[in-house]
Design a protein around this ligand. Structure first.
Ligand SMILES: C[S@@+](CC[C@H](N)C(=O)[O-])C[C@H]1O[C@@H](n2cnc3c(N)ncnc32)[C@H](O)[C@@H]1O
Length: 222
């Protein structure tokens, strides 16, 4: 098996990747990290500015960011289009055991998480009312689109593991696909990553990080 389920400190699951020798989330709390970085610093910022709202996630993984986004009250009244890229999808035995529906959202979360993983790749489908999901089984490096985004969840493995995904060239490519005023959020707060974002033309903010992490990064398109 390439992927193992692990419990993080807040009781929610994360996954360990043997291929990359890295966990999908902070071991100090997977749901806590996702909520803090992607939902609070990203979705709440962008959903107050844009409707319809177009989101790109780099690394669908467990589907946790997509699940939290779809169930977030801030999107109840707006139309969301969510594109998720994933180069190495989770095995069914792993995603079907994720405990997210038990840690939040109750019975409503379970069918949504199941749909995130069972919906076909490369097709737009309705995930829940007003929320369209397009999963693409592709590497970011090979991804092309005519779509523009307001919000990017940048959730690749860390620069130590995947240095090729944190360069100014990659960020410049993303920026060209983003609307003015659009926002990219990531858990990573490395100096070099912030410099590469700036080089790509983003305005970069360091925000307080999730539990046990000093900072996270939010980058805004001028
Ligand atoms: C840190 S994990 C986060 C996953 C997900 N956001 C979550 O909450 O579970 C990184 C994800 O990026 C995927 N990935 C790795 N390299 C990629 C690439 N070149 N293009 C797209 N996705 C990639 C991995 O398979 C993994 O699912």
């Amino acid at each position: 098996v390439e992927q193992d389920l692990k419990l993080s400190a807040d009781g929610s699951h994360t996954v360990y990747s043997r291929q990359f020798d890295e966990h999908y989330h902070s071991l100090h709390g997977a749901v806590s990290e996702s909520r803090h970085v992607f939902i609070q610093a990203g979705l709440h910022y962008a959903s107050a500015l844009f409707n319809p709202l177009s989101i790109l996630e780099v690394g669908l993984g467990t589907g946790l960011n997509c699940l939290l986004s779809c169930m977030d009250p801030s999107v109840a009244a707006i139309a969301v289009h969510y594109t998720a890229l994933e180069a190495y999808p989770l095995e069914p035995s792993v995603y079907s055991s994720l405990n997210y529906p038990d840690t939040f959202g109750g019975k409503d979360a379970k069918p949504v998480l199941n749909r995130i993983h069972s919906l076909p790749w490369e097709e737009e489908s309705s995930l829940c009312e007003g929320f369209t999901l397009l999963k693409q089984r592709i590497k970011l490096e090979e991804y092309t689109t005519t779509r523009q985004f307001h919000l990017v969840y940048y959730d690749a493995f860390s620069p130590g593991t995947q240095p090729e995904l944190w360069t100014s060239e990659v960020f410049a490519g993303l920026r060209r696909r983003m609307y003015p005023g659009g926002v990219l959020v990531t858990y990573c707060s490395k100096g070099e990553v912030k410099r590469n974002l700036k080089k790509a033309g983003f305005r970069v903010e360091a925000l307080p990080g999730p539990p046990r992490k000093r900072e996270m990064t939010r980058a805004i398109c001028p």
